[in-house]
Design a protein. Structure first.
Length: 97
């Protein structure tokens, strides 16, 4: 009885993966920063995995208010940088043009 349940579960799992197929092309890529492999539906020029992307996003959004920007002098720079968000991403240049 118990063996039959396992067979049914195993067969249903096998059938699930036999029926599922990704749409379009799938690319096997290796992260440029940590070297771990991941799948993507896009052929990326500079592949970055989800974990490293999340780290980069969180560091770029962390503001250190104790320091002043080297370019414009406003207080509050991006963590690990010496420029504020506007100067680092070039928003300051667009406003002056």
């Amino acid at each position: 009885m118990l063996i039959n349940r396992f067979k049914i579960i195993r067969l249903s799992m096998i059938n699930l993966f036999k029926r599922w197929k990704p749409r379009g092309k799938m690319f096997s890529l290796r992260c440029a920063q940590c070297g771990s492999g991941f799948l993507s539906s896009h052929n990326l020029e500079a592949p970055i995995c989800g974990r490293c992307l999340q780290k980069a996003k969180s560091l770029d959004s962390t503001i250190d208010y104790d320091k002043a920007c080297e370019t414009c002098g406003k207080s509050g720079v991006i963590y690990g940088k010496m420029q504020c968000h506007s100067c680092y991403f070039g928003f300051q240049q667009e406003e002056s043009v």
